[in-house]
Design a protein around this ligand. Structure first.
Ligand SMILES: [Zn+2]
Length: 156
């Protein structure tokens, strides 16, 4: 089965963003490379949560931030592998809303926190009928983007 491998620097950027945004949900773009079934996340691009309602329970990637993330990923020679967001109810399961919003065939990484403490991360891929399946997550070394390894932590 396909594994979502997340580089340490990208992982640290996601975790820091989620902690900073708490108690609101954090969201962003995951970029990297795919090799056959394997996906390697090289960079994470934090985006603003532009949801108009309760951002502690909902998220919407800010469209401008998403476009900028896609532009930067392309410039670094990376492809968009998926998206991440955080939950503060202790569960990294897809909510019904997450499932409806999910783009098919990309990774949807969810980081779960409870009382401000990180609990777990799980990743989900939905098919063209919006049926979800879980994708194993592994942390580890990945080859950095060409010549821009020092620019991984996009601290906003
Ligand atoms: Zn969610």
């Amino acid at each position: 089965m396909a594994v979502l491998r997340i580089g340490i620097r990208a992982w640290e950027a996601v975790l820091a963003h989620a902690a900073r945004a708490a108690p609101e949900e954090a969201c962003g773009v995951l970029a990297g490379r795919s090799r056959g079934e394997q996906r390697e996340v090289v960079r994470a691009f934090p985006c603003r949560n532009a949801h108009k309602g309760d951002r502690r329970r909902h998220f919407l990637l800010d469209p401008q931030d998403q476009i900028e993330a896609q532009r930067q990923a392309r410039a670094a020679g990376l492809e968009i592998l998926g998206f991440y967001h955080s939950h503060h109810n202790g569960s990294a399961a897809l909510s019904d809303e997450d499932l409806r919003q999910a783009h098919p065939r990309v990774s949807n990484l969810i980081l779960a926190f409870r009382d401000g403490v990180f609990v777990e991360a799980r990743s989900w891929v939905v098919d063209s009928q919006q049926r979800p399946s879980e994708e194993p997550v592994a942390l580890g070394d990945v080859t950095p983007a060409g010549g821009t390894a020092s620019a991984t932590a996009d601290d906003r």
